[in-house]
Design a protein around this ligand. Structure first.
Ligand SMILES: [Fe+2]
Ligand SMILES: [Fe+2]
Length: 489
């Protein structure tokens, strides 16, 4: 809805306005930067605009006086005041006169601007007068636009719920088929992701049923997420978690400080100076990156196995997972996705169902079960993973009491048909997963060129150029991840 909306950005320094306009243009907005209020006014008079962002103090001009002027000349445009300073009474009175639709403190978040524009819809797309008083017809259309936007939001929310319910039914059908050996007729356009339980291979089918029975055993010990992993997730969501508290938690985990120092000095983050202390490392990485690195170190332990037989598969799975985690983080930053603190962990854990398959097969071998007696080849394990890891991943996420979006990512990250109706975490992880596959960091070969599928670009809301730029960034990043976490491999 906000696409092509015209936005004018006015700052005291042209460079600041350019920076903001640049990030808005990357979101698909037609943003123009001005370091001079008069030139901005001339532009507004020349062509209608949807939104005007202005700093409070412009060179030789008050930002509020400028916004008040634009209110008179372009009443339908939304106005946003950019200001960090506390506002005196007189200024507040002037703000009311200027009538901005929002006052923004600190850095300008493109997502917030998109949200503001989405509420009203671009003026340039609306019918009616742009300058001068709005007529009744314009008001009626605006009100309809607002209602439609609200309905759209509600429908999207409902659709996400339906997708989740459908995924759960899908998992139950898969399990039923595995138990009964029958194939259930599915209705609807949804095709199950690779990994559903249908197979004509009787051995795979028999082991699949056996794994299901193992999971149902109340005495089974499923892989557990290390306690520190949960503590970190809580810190990520707690915006008040302090630097010192996190440093304390890191010091309590044996070997963690040394690993963080190693990563902070690695090609991934290295600066000019060699870092020698944890506080220095944390300030180089920043809070979010520090917590991501801690998650990566915790995850590495989760993906370890005592069995040399499975070690090779587990290492490849871990490399793939780490690659997806960093790709998720990079995409979330590049596309400025709000509320993306968990994206790194989602990438790290999206294939956790495969880990559960390895865990169950190892257990079956240790217990000398019938199906394990004749040996379970790597090919068989890979086939079991492909067929079962989506529903096993969802099950594990639910077992760990992670938010439902983690279960959605585990269940749907391979499902091209669900992309259009999936949430951003699923779409971004789908992209990262394919890209890791394309770069050779996957247990599954890259087949055809699914990354260029237009449905993926549409779901991610990026054009071809942006997608290729994302791929380029991540390719360079992956090389550094390899050097940092897997030297010599
Ligand atoms: Fe997968
Ligand atoms: Fe994957």
């Amino acid at each position: 809805m906000a696409g092509n909306a015209r936005v004018i950005v006015v700052c005291a320094r042209q460079a600041d306005a350019e920076n903001i306009a640049f990030s808005l243009r990357r979101q698909g907005l037609d943003a123009i930067a001005f370091g001079d209020a008069k030139a901005a006014l001339a532009e507004i008079r020349r062509d209608p605009v949807d939104m005007i962002l202005s700093e409070a103090n412009l060179t030789g001009y008050s930002g509020l006086a400028f916004l008040a002027q634009t209110r008179r000349e372009a009443p339908l445009a939304q106005r946003v005041l950019l200001d960090n300073a506390a506002m005196p009474d007189e200024t507040r009175r002037m703000v009311n006169e200027a009538g901005p639709c929002a006052v923004v403190s600190g850095a300008v978040e493109s997502a917030r601007i998109l949200e503001l524009i989405a509420i009203e819809g671009p003026v340039t797309h609306r019918v009616g007068a742009i300058f001068g008083p709005a007529g009744l017809e314009t008001e009626r259309i605006e009100s309809e636009n607002r209602n439609l936007a609200n309905q759209n939001r509600l429908l999207l929310k409902e659709f996400a719920g339906v997708q989740r319910a459908r995924a759960q039914i899908q998992a139950r059908l898969t399990k039923l088929e595995a138990l009964t050996g029958t194939k259930t007729e599915r209705t609807g356009a949804h095709s199950p992701p690779a990994g559903a339980g249908e197979t004509s291979d009787p051995r795979i089918h028999a082991i699949s049923v056996a794994l299901d029975r193992m999971i149902e055993d109340p005495n089974i010990s499923l892989p557990v997420v290390p306690a520190v992993g949960n503590k970190i997730r809580n810190m990520l969501t707690d915006k008040h978690a302090s630097f010192d508290r996190i440093a304390e938690m890191i010091k309590l985990e044996s070997g963690m400080s040394a690993r963080i120092l190693h990563v902070a000095n690695s090609p991934l983050y290295a600066g000019l100076e060699r870092i020698r202390s944890l506080p220095q490392a944390m300030s180089r990485l920043g809070l979010r990156e520090t917590l991501n690195v801690v998650q990566a170190i915790v995850g590495e332990n989760l993906f370890k196995t005592q069995s040399p037989y499975m070690a090779r598969l587990m290492l490849r799975l871990w490399m793939h997972s780490l690659c997806c985690a960093y790709a998720n983080e990079q995409i979330a930053r590049s596309l400025e996705i709000p509320d993306s603190d968990d994206y790194f962990i989602m990438g790290l854990l999206h294939d956790i169902g495969k880990l559960l398959v390895i865990h169950l097969v190892e257990r079956g071998i240790a217990q000398k079960t019938d199906w394990a007696a004749e040996g379970v080849s790597e090919g068989v394990v890979l086939e079991l993973m492909n067929r079962r890891h989506h529903d096993y991943g969802r099950l594990l996420m639910e077992n760990w009491n992670y938010p439902s979006v983690f279960a959605d990512v585990a269940m749907l990250h391979d499902d091209a048909d669900s992309l259009a109706g999936s949430g951003e975490p699923v779409i971004v992880t789908y992209f990262s997963n394919l890209l890791s596959r394309k770069l050779g960091y996957s247990l599954v070969p890259y087949d055809g060129d699914p990354l260029s599928d237009h449905r993926l670009a549409e779901a991610l809301n990026v054009n071809q150029g942006m997608r290729l730029a994302l791929e380029d960034n991540i390719i360079q990043l992956v090389e550094k991840i390899r050097e940092t976490f897997f030297p010599g491999k």
